[in-house]
Structures are given as structure tokens and as C-alpha cells.
Design a protein around this ligand. Sequence first.
Ligand SMILES: [Zn+2]
Length: 132
Amino acid sequence: MQDTEQSIPPTAKPPSPPAVPPPHTPPIPSRLHLDREKHLDITWADGTRSVYTLTYLRSHCPCAGCKKDREEQSTRKTRVNLLSADYGGATIKALKADLVGNYALRIEWSDNHSTGIYSFEYLNTIRAGAGG
Ligand SMILES: [Zn+2]
């Protein structure tokens, strides 16, 4: 018995109808307080509260450079987690923070890093690890 059957090319998928995105309300802080030496304290519109230590925030900087560092570090599987340690031997501080539009916070760090823009959505995502 010969098996001459050719593989059937996958049929082209019909164009999917334009999906209606689910109504999505970005998380909004009702109160936001930055202690420039300690933490960022956010009370969300739903009444819950998150407190992020500055070290935690700095180590979760969402900018492309830091993301890459984190990825490289996780692939290297070092046992030493540099990013959760203090920066440059000194405790990280926030020099200033600016609201970006109505949706994010940009923090300028004491290690001269200020490209990370923390959207409230992102902050809401990482709150689970913040212990708040
Ligand atoms: Zn960064």
C-alpha cells in the first residue's frame, strides 16, 4: 500500500469578525502618595490599597532596558538576585515623580534612571508581589 497522500494545506482561516473588546476600565488610584525615601502608597478607586517599597518599584521598572536586564538575569539563573538588592550599595530613592497624562507615573530614581513609566495598570499588575 502506497501512501501518496499529500499533506493538505491548512485552509485559510476566515477573517475573524472584528472583536468587540470587553469593557475595560483601567485601574485608577483615588489617592496616591509617594514617600520619596520609602514607598509609594496607592489607594485604588475600589478602596483597596497597595504599598510598594521603592526598591520593589525600581526592580520592576517597566522600561525596555530594565525589562531586558530582568530577562537576562532570569535566563542566567544566578542565585543572586541583584535587582532586588539595593542599588549601588545605597538604598534607592525617588528624586521626583510626575504624573503622565492620567494613566501613569514617571519616577526619577536616585541612580539617575528615569525612563520607566509606571502605568497604573502596570502598578495594579505588580501589586500582588508588593505585599500590600
Ligand atoms: Zn528602567
